[in-house]
Design a protein around this ligand. Structure first.
Ligand code: NAP
Length: 274
């Protein structure tokens, strides 16, 4: 019976272009796990009532996307350490009439940074929600952290909140990249329809890893420049799939397949949309 299947959804405003249904449905098909996954679009004011109503009606959990991630943490009855530290939740699950919040963006980031040495200067571009998740991953590493952001005060506040003694730079400061072994773009710069990100990667370490969270386009200007210089790269789809994996487990009680099948589907979908 379809009605007995666990059901989950992505909640956002807007959400109709979310890639989460494609990811979750691919994994449901691949694992043979019964389940369904929907899209819920709701305006910011309606978030809590929309989610609670659906939980009471049988929804097992939701992925939360823009602009609800901070509200999601506030409405939760319990939150993971990561969600509290990052100050936002991208996953809510319903357990025994309680809302549990988690933030799995840092898991997706860890996946993208798997080949990072963990040492050498790290450049973090951005100071918004995605940058917070990245700094959560970097904060305990013994390395020089450099944060570049349009709004300097936001970068300073971010570093202070995580207790990181980071160097703060403007977006156009080429010096910030000198000898860097890791560069992360956590802004929307370089995304289709947004201004480009101008970064001088020529001074980065030869074996530097350059990770761009943007996935539309998949090969951003930053990644193209990194490739041209022979640097290693990780793209936004690695993070997107990486953050979805633990959520799938929590919603449907099965492990997501650890192969690249879902990436192929996402690449085809991005190509279709381009
Ligand atoms: P956010 O909280 O709104 O932060 C946006 C960041 O981008 C801020 O640092 C902001 O600087 C900067 N920015 C925006 N427009 C700018 C402009 N015109 N010039 C200079 N800086 C600009 O957004 P977010 O949630 O952190 O998301 C950031 C990016 O990460 C987005 O591209 C998003 O798609 C991507 N992301 C990807 C994944 C994934 O799974 N791959 C997951 C989450 C997010 P100010 O502080 O100066 O405003």
């Amino acid at each position: 019976m379809v009605s007995d299947w666990p059901k989950a959804a992505v909640v956002g405003w807007p959400a109709k272009h979310s890639l989460s249904p494609l990811i979750m449905k691919t994994w449901l098909d691949e694992t043979g796990q019964p389940g369904d996954y929907a899209i819920i679009e709701c305006e910011p004011d309606a978030f809590e009532s929309a989610v609670r109503e659906r939980f009471h009606a049988g929804l097992v959990g939701v992925n939360v996307t823009v602009p609800h991630k901070e509200t999601a943490l506030k409405v939760a009855d319990e939150a993971s350490d990561a969600a509290r530290a990052i100050g936002a939740a991208n996953v809510l699950v319903w357990r025994q009439n309680r809302i549990l919040a988690d933030n799995t963006d840092h898991v997706g980031i860890a996946r993208a940074l798997e080949s990072d040495s963990g040492s050498g200067p790290a450049v973090l571009i951005g100071a918004g929600g995605a940058a917070r998740a990245a700094l959560y991953n970097l904060k305990d590493q013994r390395r020089d952290i450099r944060i570049l952001n349009r709004t300097r005060s936001r970068a300073e506040a971010l570093a202070a909140e995580f207790g990181v003694s980071a160097h703060i730079h403007t977006l156009d400061d080429a010096q910030a990249y000198q000898d860097a072994s890791l560069v992360i773009n956590a802004t929307s710069l370089g995304m289709t329809g947004q201004p480009p990100l101008t970064a001088d990667l020529s001074g980065t370490a030869e074996d530097a890893l350059v990770f761009d969270m943007v996935y539309a386009p998949l090969k951003t200007g930053l990644l193209a420049e990194a490739e041209r210089l022979g640097r290693r790269t990780a793209d936004g789809l690695v993070m997107l799939v990486g953050q979805a994996r633990p959520a799938f487990g929590r919603f449907f009680g099965a492990s997501a397949p650890d192969h690249d099948g879902v990436r192929q589907g996402l690449l085809a979908e991005l190509e279709r949309r381009a």
